[in-house]
Design a protein around this ligand. Structure first.
Ligand SMILES: [Ca+2]
Length: 352
């Protein structure tokens, strides 16, 4: 993980149920998306909101990530400080001499629910999907963040290189007939601060799921296809360094970064891919040994640095991450008791 410690949100203690009906519907829709994405552009709602901003400063651009890279599409996610209008510019070369934005499909805020789009926009959480691309091809992209109240105020990110994946291999044929995977949809419940007064807490937050061995993460809005405060990440859209679909067997480390916007820091959670089961089972990602915070097998300085950055935080703090509260503590404070538990494990190696 990068040095910029973005604190995470954690799974709430209770497990959320995905109903059989909603699960099946969403599962099928995701499968359909995985298969048809390269053929047709989904008719997602595109909502531009005209909010008045109090400042005419150029909007912020931070936490830019390239996500959801498939053979024919990718997305760009980032955060800004106003309810901005997001777009991107796409180039075929790093010198930005050949802009191809008009020859590809640009879909700002790709989500099926208008409520999700509006909630995310209000929090300054931006996502733009670029589709109609060629496989195994270099593209270059930068974000364009426009203040709706003053369209001449436009912020641009640096230019990012994207290499599209080579091929979708959505099923495992190794044992004969095609078989699906039960662990390809990962629901995750984001942390909600006790003082959160939103009617639908967490709605519009963005989950960015990264796994070791995949060049790009996948992303999902909270409340999209599942009730907030959960989001559901589609691991079918994870590709390996070979450009082919990843086949995760379970146990692989995943890093979930939750973009929350609205002045709150992004939270980072380390988890493992749930074990593969049967088709109708959707499992949450698994937590590892508590003191091995970054799940690299050792309780060492890296974990201590992460813990130190959280020490003293309470449940309502903008950077509070419940992953670091190691005691059953209603107040949720990361305090001396948590440190005591952590320090007693310090130095251990090969922990599971
Ligand atoms: Ca560690």
């Amino acid at each position: 993980m990068s040095g910029e410690i973005r604190k995470e949100m954690n799974i709430k203690p209770q497990r959320h149920r995905v109903t059989e009906k909603s699960k099946g519907t969403y599962y099928n829709r995701l499968k359909e998306t995985a298969f048809t994405l390269c053929v047709s552009v989904p008719l997602w709602l595109f909502l531009l909101l005209g909010f008045s901003a109090e400042t005419f400063a150029v909007p912020d651009t931070n936490s830019v990530r390239i996500t959801d890279v498939t053979p024919c599409s990718f997305s760009v996610v980032w955060m800004t400080d106003i309810a901005a209008q997001p777009s991107v510019e796409v180039y075929s070369d790093s010198a930005m001499t050949n802009q191809i934005t008009d020859t590809v499909s640009i879909t700002p805020m790709p989500a099926a629910s208008q409520g999700t789009v509006q909630a995310a926009t209000n929090k300054g959480i931006m996502k733009v999907m670029v589709s109609g691309l060629s496989a195994s091809t270099n593209y270059y992209v930068r974000t364009v963040t426009t203040d709706p109240s003053n369209p001449s105020n436009i912020a641009y990110s640096p230019l990012y290189q994207v290499v599209t994946a080579s091929a979708v291999v959505p099923y495992n044929y190794s044992s004969g007939p095609a078989a699906g995977f039960s662990n390809d949809l990962v629901p995750f419940s984001v942390y909600i601060r006790p003082s959160d007064t939103d009617a639908t807490p967490g709605l519009g937050d963005l989950i960015v799921l990264q796994t070791d061995g995949s060049p790009y993460p996948v992303s999902a809005f909270v409340g999209e296809g599942i009730a907030a405060p959960e989001g559901i990440a589609d691991l079918n859209n994870l590709f390996g360094s070979d450009g082919l679909s990843r086949n995760l067997i379970g146990g692989e480390r995943i890093i979930l970064m939750v973009y929350r916007g609205a002045g709150l820091l992004a939270l980072t959670h380390y988890r493992r891919v749930p074990q593969n089961g049967n088709m109708v089972y959707v499992a949450e990602p698994a937590k590892g040994f508590f003191a091995d915070i970054n799940l690299d097998g050792n309780v060492d300085d890296q974990d201590f640095a992460l813990f130190k950055s959280q020490y003293g935080t309470s449940a309502d703090d903008a950077n509070y991450n419940p992953d670091f509260n190691f005691v059953d503590d209603p107040g949720g404070k990361v305090d001396a008791r948590s440190f005591s538990k952590f320090s007693s494990e310090y130095g251990k190696t090969n922990v599971q």
